[in-house]
Write a protein that binds this ligand. Sequence first.
Ligand code: BD6
Ligand code: ZN
Length: 328
Amino acid sequence: MLQKDVKLDKTCKTWQLEKHIDFLQSFGKERHQYESSMMEFLRMSGMYWGLTALYLINDGNIPKEDEIFEFIKSCEHSCGGYSPAPGHDPHLLYTLSAVQISCLLNRELELPIEKIVSYVSKLQKDDGSFTGDKWGEVDTRYSFCALACLSLLSKLNEIDLAKAIDFIKSCQNFDGGFGSRPGAESHGGLIYCCVGALSIAGRLDLVDADTLGWWLAERQLPSGGLNGRPEKLPDVCYSWWVFSSLNILGRDHWIDKDELKNFILASQDTEGGGFSDRPGDEPDPFHTLFGLAALSLMSYDKILPIDPTYCMPKSVISRLGLKPQILS
Ligand SMILES: CN(C(=O)[C@H](Cc1cnc[nH]1)NC(=O)OCc1ccccc1)[C@@H](Cc1ccccc1)C(=O)N[C@@H](Cc1c[nH]c2ccccc12)C(=O)NO
Ligand SMILES: [Zn+2]
């Protein structure tokens, strides 16, 4: 079977730090109007990606303008949930993004914490799982969102944590990985969510670290890039989902970091800055965050340290007094 991969041309692209800062600072302004409109239905998440990425490479300096916090407030619903943009419906994904941005701005105490707690706990079902919103779709992504959101607000004890963990355990597969629901196939993004949730709950003892570590290391292709599932093409965002999971499991040395670094750098846009999903594609804030976050885990250049569990700067996680579990 021909292994699907991309061919990196010999010339390794140089690190474009200043251009990435420009790309991120201009995002949302006219230059990226079309992008922000394409991402309009994801705008709260887009703000989290752009601001976190900028924080990492701009020495923690992000626009603290009130306009960012005003935007978050404009997406707040009376039920305590947040929508991706004004006029959209609330959803757990964007409630997490809103809390993440507020923590970056050091303004999480200005949030209606009790209402957010009530919104999140109402989304937990009897089997411990979480739905993304009132339409009831269950997915382990939402277990991560719920645990990340509440722990950032120091309110993890307001849900049935034991049952939440039982549900995640029920999604563990024989290959050591996790899927979106019991019986669903293992997937790099969902493994990150389940390993991240278990890290927040201090229950990484439930993971078969060697079997899962092997499955994750198998994601690396000759190009150095990582894919999310067997037979898929490498993609910069999987540099984060897969590599941060290996990091949490204490097995990050099971892949070739230098090869991964080369793949990520080859995915830079040397013109306008930013990172795309693989070399030659258009850059976007999503792949820019996850590419920079993976480089941060390798202590590349002067990128500030990132927490592998929350995908937020370590300085913010330690300010909040959070200590997510990591295996050595
Ligand atoms: C809706 N999204 C996706 O479906 C992307 C599309 C994609 C990017 N590269 C290949 N495909 N897929 C994606 O994020 O998959 C990874 C994943 C899947 C499930 C759980 C976690 C991560 C992207 C947006 C996007 C759309 C199109 C192009 C680029 C970015 C997206 O918002 N992903 C979500 C993934 C996600 C969902 N729930 C989560 C909970 C915790 C962490 C991440 C997520 C995210 O990162 N939120 O902060
Ligand atoms: Zn991607």
